[in-house]
Design a protein around this ligand. Structure first.
Ligand code: PLP
Length: 416
């Protein structure tokens, strides 16, 4: 982790977070370039000498500078919308390294991706096979596809981020997959490339990944008997990170269990999101005021669920990092935001000595942070800054209040 305390002051790489907050204001998202690079290499190094493609899940953090950094490191991208494809291209990503997931691809998104020449579509239903075959036919193109299989494996994670169970909307049930593959192979404008799955997010054990992979490999053998050869197997993303006391396997340990199972010649595709960026990011806010109602002490920040939804959406526990380390000892407090919702909290019952005017950061905010932020309560979204050493680059301006209503319009006088 690239944040640390130096003389009790919170640092990101060699930059003092307090200085960055003074320079750029709060609320502020900060990312460490070195942390992203190290996280990428943690996946790439064990894969040296193996046919592979690391496709960063863009939905975890889609800032152009983050995508550009990963593209320069050699990453491909896992996208879930036409908007994300446009971002990848604007950031200099290689369309030939893009896989396109998602249960509700529109015809125009399919056409956009076909024209861009993406690596493959991760198809999630039989209806999508027909639609994609039709769109590709109209364009006179052949769509490379993988079928996303739902392996019915329990990822043992929060129900909102478990995706590989029968009851979830994702993928095609593994028992129905052979029929779907036969159908895909018979359609003139589809070319079967592979099989994929993504069983959930923030997994802290290797066992569910291995169970899913084994089911996919058994399916591959079944398909071979039908004359359908797969060029790649994509085991999705989902590797967890340490927010507070979780102990997920390191990428190298995870890959050490996965790689021996992959037959030679088969390309391994991975779709990590969180594991590449979560711990590179901090969300920094300033304490507006504190209050104690005799029952609870509240530390009220200028940032909350509008900037960071994970606590309230997933009951996620994220590390609270006062800018002054001494404040880690203090009265038990709830860290809350200014938004008019009871769900507007960032941490509960944490020791925190911060007072009005002090700065507090939330760690692990590089994934599913800014991308899920909103302007609820007419709060402009935060600025984003990339830190490299002692340098800092503004990679997204703070929104202005005027920009919030830029597309809005008053009713014409006559209609009143
Ligand atoms: C969200 C998602 C990922 C990334 O998940 P992480 O837990 O962030 O690694 C990968 N693939 C698909 C299809 C996804 O929807």
């Amino acid at each position: 982790m690239s944040h640390h305390y130096q003389n009790q002051q919170l640092m990101l790489e060699d930059a003092a977070v307090a200085d960055l907050a003074d320079q750029f204001g709060t609320p502020l998202y900060l990312y460490s370039r070195a942390a992203i690079e190290q996280a990428y290499q943690a996946f790439a190094s064990p894969l040296k000498g193996r046919k592979h493609l690391i496709c960063f899940a863009v939905k975890a953090n889609s800032n152009l500078a983050v995508l550009n950094l990963l593209a320069r490191l050699g990453a491909g991208f896992d996208i879930v919308s036409g908007g994300e494809l446009a971002r990848v291209l604007a950031a200099g990503g290689d369309p030939a390294k893009v896989v396109f997931s998602g249960v509700g691809k529109t015809r125009s998104e399919m056409a956009q991706a076909l024209k861009a020449g993406i690596h493959c579509f991760n198809v999630e239903s039989v209806a999508e096979l027909d639609r994609l075959n039709g769109v590709a036919g109209e364009l006179g193109l052949v769509a490379p596809i993988s079928i996303r299989v739902n392996p019915d494996v329990d990822a043992k994670t929060h129900p909102y981020i478990a995706t590989g169970l029968k009851e979830n909307k994702f993928g095609i049930d593994i028992l129905m997959a052979p029929d779907a593959f036969r159908k895909a192979a018979s359609l003139p404008n589809l070319k079967v490339l592979g099989v994929d799955c993504h069983i959930g997010s923030q997994l802290t054990e290797t066992e569910p990944f291995v169970a899913a992979l084994k089911r996919l490999l058994a399916l591959r053998e079944q398909l071979q008997a039908d004359g359908i050869e797969l060029a790649h197997i994509d085991i999705g993303g989902g590797l967890g990170v340490t927010y507070t006391d979780e102990q997920p396997p390191k990428p190298a340990d995870y890959l050490a269990e996965i790689l021996p199972l992959i037959p030679a010649g088969l390309t391994l595709v991975l779709e990590p999101g969180r594991a590449l960026v979560a711990n590179a990011g901090l969300l920094v806010g300033r304490v507006e005021m504190t209050k104690d109602n005799g029952f609870k002490r509240f530390v009220i920040l200028d940032t909350g669920m509008n900037d960071l939804m994970r606590p309230t959406l997933y009951q996620a526990v994220m590390p609270v990092l006062p800018i002054n380390q001494a404040q880690q000892n203090g009265p038990l407090s709830d860290l809350v935001g200014p938004v008019c919702e009871t769900g507007d909290w960032l941490a509960k019952d944490v020791p925190l000595g911060a007072e009005e005017g002090d700065l507090v950061a939330i760690g692990g905010a590089g994934a599913y942070g800014f991308v899920m932020s909103s302007q609820y309560n007419s709060r402009p979204r935060a600025a984003e800054v990339m830190v490299q050493g002692s340098q800092a680059v503004l990679i997204r301006q703070r929104e202005t209040v005027e920009s919030l209503w830029a597309g809005e319009q008053l009713l014409p006088e006559a209609s009143c």
